[in-house]
Each structure stands twice: as structure tokens, then as C-alpha cells.
Ligand binder design. Structure first.
Ligand SMILES: CC(C)(COP(=O)(O)OP(=O)(O)OC[C@H]1O[C@@H](n2cnc3c(N)ncnc32)[C@H](O)[C@@H]1OP(=O)(O)O)[C@@H](O)C(=O)NCCC(=O)NCCS
Length: 281
């Protein structure tokens, strides 16, 4: 079957409701179901600094075929929400959308593009390799259903407001996933922090988002001591304080030494992503 190739229109010409509908239609058969509603997409656009002028919708007449969104921050851009409607795939539309976003990014003088693809998403992975992206690392997505914490706490925790917690984030070493960069967290409401000092065994901090329904966006660092022991104690504090809340946290590097503590605290590995980068010489 041949199709008439669509035109690419900046996403800024569509309402968030229209973008949400289009996004959901491209993901009906997705590996990990992630439907959005308009309020969530609006929040996503704000938190992750998406630029709708540089994001695109593939359209022919009134028919939408697909879309892709571009986040912009100094010296880097992020490709997200890319999708083509199932019946219109394999006609070059995904590639057209990617080319348009990369051109907009290059035109803005951005030297590095980042994206993530779920492990096992062969079409996405092949497309991104074709567009010049290479794998940088693997990231894990974790969830913990509410459950009591067994054992006793071995330290006191100090709890912080968002304004007090944000400076901790800049102590992190190495690149963070886009969703976990300080810029993302600054844009998030209901952010809190905590610090512990484990008698003679080290210290660490944890920053997290807490709503009425769940805990999320766990960011952390061991200042000194064994990362597994420090993280276990921080998680014990967190889940003792909020025993009824579900927890979801994403994009922790798969080789992070704190991960052992998460599995000991009954976190489940929900799925994995591959982070990919493209650098302009
Ligand atoms: C990934 C996706 C956007 C590709 O869109 P598309 O319009 O079908 O892709 P194109 O026709 O432009 O294909 C471009 C390249 O992508 C790769 N590709 C696309 N579909 C593929 C498939 N089923 N298997 C292997 N490679 C594939 C190929 O490298 C292809 O180049 P080629 O035609 O020279 O082989 C589409 O499959 C989709 O919407 N999937 C669901 C949402 C999703 O996975 N989004 C990416 C999330 S990170």
C-alpha cells in the first residue's frame, strides 16, 4: 500500500487535547502502555521544557499520522513522544519527524541530542541508529507497591522542603537522564528531601516527589559510606514515613551501586530503557 506523504506542522498549531489524542493513538499497541490525558501532557511539556515550535505533527488534510516532540536546554535537546499511527508505519513518517526535529535542534546550535528507547522496541531502536544515535547506557524503571518496612531504623532523618532539597541535586556526579536533571526537578511541585547520617558508617541524601497518591522521582547520593547500606536506610525512613504510598521512579542507571538496596526494599524492575545520544562534531 502506498500513502500520500504528510506535511509536517509545528505542534504549537495544535491544542494539547489534539496532541494528547494523537499521542494516544500512536501508542495503542505500545510495548509498555503509557496513555496520557491532556492535563498530564500539559505538565509533561512544562516539566521537560518541550518546545512546541520545534516539535512536529505529521498531517494530511484533517488526518494526523504521527508526532514527535523536542525538549530544549542549554547545549542539549531531547526527543520524546515520537509515534506514528499503526496503519501508517513503515512509510518513512517516523524518519521525517526525526529529521525535522534534528534539523530544528541543529539549527538552534545544539551540539548533543538525547533520547531513550524501551529495551525491546526494535523499530524505535533501528530508527534512532539510522538517524545517527548510539547507545550510551541502560536505565531502569522501578516500582514498589505499598508495604510496611521491617526492621528498625538505625539513624535519625532530617527532612527538607523543595527549596532546601534542590541544592543537593547539583552534588550529583555525571550526566543525569533528562527526566532527572535538576532543571526537570525544579519544574516539579511537591518535591521534598531527606538526609541521614548513619553513625560512623556514612551519610547520604534523598530527594523525592510526594503527592497524595504516590512517591516518585527518587534522586539520591551517598556522600560517604557503602551506597547499598546508606540507600537501604534512606528507603527505610521514606517508606516508614509514607507506608501507604505506591512508589514509582525512573531512569536510574542500570549500573548504579544503590540499586541493590532498592531490590532489598521490595522494588520491582518494571522495564528498562536504552539511553541514546547523537553528537554534532
Ligand atoms: C518507531 C516508529 C516511530 C517508526 O515509525 P515509522 O514511520 O514506521 O518509521 P519509518 O518508516 O520512517 O522507518 C525509518 C527507519 O526506522 C526503522 N524501522 C521502522 N520500523 C521498523 C521495524 N518494524 N523493524 C525494524 N526497523 C524499523 C528502520 O531503520 C527504517 O529505515 P528503513 O526503512 O530504511 O529500514 C513507529 O514504529 C512507532 O510509532 N512505534 C510506536 C511508538 C514508538 O515506539 N515510538 C518510539 C518511542 S522511543
Amino acid at each position: 500500500m502506498t500513502i500520500t506523504l504528510p506535511n509536517l506542522v509545528p505542534a504549537s498549531q495544535f491544542s494539547v487535547d489534539e496532541l494528547t489524542d494523537a499521542y494516544n493513538q500512536t501508542r495503542v499497541d505500545y510495548l509498555v502502555p503509557m496513555p496520557m490525558n491532556a492535563a498530564r501532557l500539559q505538565e509533561y511539556i512544562r516539566v521537560y521544557d518541550l518546545d512546541l515550535e520545534k516539535s512536529f505533527v505529521a498531517k494530511n488534510g484533517e488526518r494526523i499520522f504521527g508526532l514527535g516532540m523536542l525538549g530544549l536546554r542549554p547545549q542539549r535537546s531531547w526527543i520524546t513522544r515520537l509515534g506514528v499511527l499503526p496503519n501508517n508505519r513503515r512509510h518513512g513518517i517516523g524518519e521525517m519527524l526525526m529529521e525535522a526535529m534534528l534539523e530544528a535542534s541543529d539549527h538552534a546550535g545544539i551540539p548533543r541530542n538525547i533520547l531513550e528507547v524501551i529495551k525491546g522496541n526494535t523499530p524505535g531502536h533501528h530508527l534512532f541508529k539510522k538517524m545517527g544515535f548510539t547507545e550510551s547506557r541502560e536505565l531502569v524503571i522501578l516500582r514498589r507497591p505499598p508495604s510496611p518496612v521491617s526492621g528498625t531504623l538505625a539513624s535519625e532523618a532530617q527532612w527538607f522542603s523543595k527549596a532546601e532539597a534542590i541544592p543537593f541535586l547539583d552534588e550529583r556526579k555525571g550526566p543525569q537522564a533528562w527526566t532527572n536533571e535538576t532543571e526537570s526537578l525544579q519544574n516539579v511541585d511537591d518535591l521534598f528531601g531527606m538526609q541521614i547520617c548513619l553513625n560512623g558508617r556514612g551519610q547520604g541524601w534523598l530527594v523525592f516527589q510526594k503527592t497524595d497518591f504516590n512517591l516518585s522521582r527518587l534522586m539520591f547520593q551517598t556522600k560517604d559510606g557503602d551506597p547499598e547500606a546508606i540507600m537501604l536506610e534512606m528507603l527505610a525512613h521514606l517508606h516508614s514515613k509514607f507506608p501507604k504510598l505506591d512508589t514509582y521512579t525512573e531512569n536510574i542507571p542500570a549500573d548504579d551501586p544503590h540499586l541493590l538496596a532498592f531490590s532489598r526494599m521490595n522494588y520491582i524492575n518494571v522495564f528498562e530503557r536504552i539511553e541514546m545520544c547523537r553528537k554534532i562534531q
